[in-house]
Design a protein around this ligand. Structure first.
Ligand code: PEP
Ligand code: MN
Length: 354
């Protein structure tokens, strides 16, 4: 049986780090009375700077053994090298997870994959810290190649230089693309590391459910404020319960839908979208042809391609029109910067021609 294909959402919860036996067991006992199937705790913590809390190490595995024995939950921990793998498996850890700082490194991923070759242990692979889908897929393939059957991915967001409300930008289009490329791979959202703060956990979890994710991994601590790592994003078991109970879980298969006309209505709306899309392409193509004509005119008159004042006023009026139609400034800027680049390319082609 694939443990990741169970009732939606599959809930994985537990502290960022195992700190003491009491903290681990108290948190686990509370969680086991909720709908939590898998208990998580970091034993070896990958920290950015060497003087931060780096995890309790192997002693924590003894506490996870107790969690299993006393609550019946499955347990999972992060492994980053062969030593971690052997110790975790020896201690009866049920599922291994690969952290974001490991997925970026094909050597480390291969080393871990080789260490579990031929074993029947499920693996969860977090996205790499950088938004590179190929690295993520590469890690999945390395585990598939050594015969691991039960693989899930965890979306924990991506490092970014831009100022944002998130600790790690979700960039939802990347996990969605991953799912398109690797069909049926269970996908779990980790709102804790995306958010970096408690107050965003609910909205991110709901979004993941609306996007048809299979599960959620949420950091949970008996006393989050004094947690030795990721204190701001951890919540109590009661806090977790509240989030889960308030989630709206929508149907995933069309045949489960309530409305009898669901499929027809959906088809009709999709047809409309297709029409708008072909209209978009046609309009953009006309715009580019006009840009080319302008290029020819500029060339004849020995003018330069770039005339920034004109471009600023185009974007400004697009932002104004967009606002009236409920389109965000951020989107207009992104769209227009792509259009501008393509126009410049088209005009440069004209200029290059003799
Ligand atoms: C964690 O889950 O505590 C962790 C270290 O996560 P990530 O690898 O996503 O940073
Ligand atoms: Mn953490």
């Amino acid at each position: 049986m694939n443990i990741f294909n169970t009732k939606r959402p599959l809930i994985i919860a537990g502290p960022c780090s195992a700190e003491t036996e009491e903290q681990v067991l108290q948190t686990a006992k509370k969680l086991s009375k909720q709908d939590v199937k898998i208990f998580r705790a970091g034993i070896w913590k990958p920290r950015t700077r060497p003087n931060n809390f780096e995890g309790v190490g192997s002693i924590g595995l003894e506490w996870l053994k107790k969690v299993k024995a006393e609550t019946g939950m499955l347990v999972t921990t992060e492994v980053a090298n062969t030593k971690h793998v052997y110790e975790a498996i020896k201690a009866g850890v049920d599922i291994l997870w690969i952290g974001a700082r490991t997925t970026v490194n094909p050597f480390a991923v291969q080393e871990i994959a080789d260490a579990i070759k031929g074993m029947n242990i499920p693996v969860m692979i977090k996205n790499p810290v950088n938004p590179d889908i190929e690295l993520w897929i590469g890690a999945i393939e390395r585990f598939q190649k050594v015969g691991i059957k039960n693989i899930a991915v965890i979306h924990r967001g991506f490092s970014s230089l831009s100022n944002s409300k998130y600790r790690n930008e979700p960039k939802w289009q990347i996990p969605i693309e991953l799912r398109r490329r690797i069909e049926n791979i269970p996908i779990i959202c980790d709102p804790s590391h995306i958010a970096g703060r408690r107050d965003l956990l609910h909205e991110i979890s709901q979004k993941a459910m609306d996007l048809n994710y299979d599960g959620l991994m949420i950091e949970t601590h008996i006393n989050p404020d004094v947690a030795l790592s990721d204190a701001k994003q951890q919540i109590t078991p009661d806090g977790l319960n509240k989030i889960i109970n308030n989630l709206i879980i929508r149907h995933r298969k069309p045949t489960d839908a309530k409305s009898p006309n669901y499929i027809e209505t959906l088809e009709e709306l999709r047809t409309n979208i297709d029409e708008f899309d072909s209209f978009l392409i046609e309009t953009i193509s006309k715009r580019m042809q006009t840009a080319k004509k302008i290029g020819e005119l500029k060339k004849k008159n020995k003018m330069t391609i770039l005339q920034t004042g004109r471009w600023d006023s185009i974007v400004e009026s697009a932002i104004k029109n967009g606002a009236k139609e409920g389109i965000s400034e951020k989107f207009i800027n992104t769209l227009y910067s792509a259009i501008h680049q393509e126009s410049i390319n088209k005009q440069s082609e004209v200029f290059k021609r003799l």
